[in-house]
Design a protein around this ligand. Structure first.
Ligand code: HEC
Ligand code: HEC
Length: 214
């Protein structure tokens, strides 16, 4: 029994180590302070940085990431983009894909991030594939699931820190919702997503991604 036990302990230790490597989500009060200090973004400079830093390789020219490894960025809410870049830099996002972004944003300053967000946010948001609306979009009172529109807007267009969902890559939407559901993404302020995502079924997640995504 002994060797098995020590293996389990070693496994446990490693798992704890990995969990600890993830920086904790910032509370709302600290985000308020952080966002109040956000520099004004310069879109022209942001466009130049986007080209210089090779963002297009994974997110496509003009933020249109169709068939590329990164999510769609064109027309995403600037404040959300800015927050995500800070989250990657501070190590608040877990997983191998987040590690790619963490290395991409090791250097950029807050001014760089504000400029990138300003430029990307002003680009044309791509259309969704227009799959039929699944009932879960309107939430489920019995299971205490709020309607998506309460935070993401009537058309999934997003607002402030609530990202646009419409036009996002389908696979990325599934990945994001599964991460919230499994507790692998905890950078959402006040657990705004994680508190109910855990109740979504895999079928509902697929239907939501079909509806909002492309
Ligand atoms: C080598 C590929 C690669 C490069 C280069 C890259 N990204 Fe990313 N980016 C990704 C991947 C993959 C993700 C998804 C990460 C995850 O799942 O956590 C991502 C996620 C993001 C997100 C989060 C979007 C969302 O909806 O949550 C933003 C913002 C972003 N990248 C901006 C940029 C910018 C700006 C640059 C250039 C400075 C850049 N990326 C360069 C691969 C890349
Ligand atoms: C209480 C407000 C709230 C509700 C209701 C809500 N969301 Fe969110 N959602 C957020 C916030 C805030 C974020 C950004 C989290 C962060 O900062 O990382 C988010 C992020 C997401 C993301 C990640 C997007 C990306 O680019 O990484 C997806 C996908 C998403 N929500 C889908 C949904 C769906 C589908 C519903 C309805 C079932 C829904 N949300 C309902 C607040 C909400």
């Amino acid at each position: 029994m002994r060797p098995l036990f020590s293996c389990l302990f070693l496994g446990f230790g490693l798992a704890v180590g990995v969990t600890h490597a993830l920086a904790e989500a910032l509370p709302l009060s600290e985000w308020r302070r952080e966002l109040a200090a956000k520099p004004q973004g310069d879109a022209a400079r942001g466009g130049a940085l986007y080209a210089e830093r090779g963002c297009a390789g994974c997110h496509g020219p003009d933020g249109m990431a169709d068939d590329r490894p990164g999510p769609m960025l064109a027309g995403q809410r600037p404040l959300y983009l800015y927050k995500m870049l800070l989250d990657y830099q501070a190590g608040r996002m877990a997983g191998a894909d987040a590690a790619i972004m963490a290395s991409v944003v090791r250097e950029p300053s807050r001014q760089d991030m504000a400029d990138l967000a300003e430029w990307l946010g002003a680009l044309l948001r791509p259309a969704a594939a227009e799959a039929p609306e699944p009932p879960i979009v309107r939430g489920d009172r019995k299971r205490l699931i709020p309607p998506c529109s309460a935070c993401h807007g009537a058309h999934g267009q997003g607002w402030d820190l609530q990202p646009a969902l419409r036009g996002q890559n389908r696979d990325y939407l599934v990945k994001a919702l599964q991460r919230f559901k499994k507790g692998e993404r905890s950078n959402d302020v006040n657990a705004g997503m994680s508190q109910f995502a855990v109740k979504l079924t895999d079928e509902e997640i697929r239907a939501l991604a079909d509806y909002y995504g492309r």
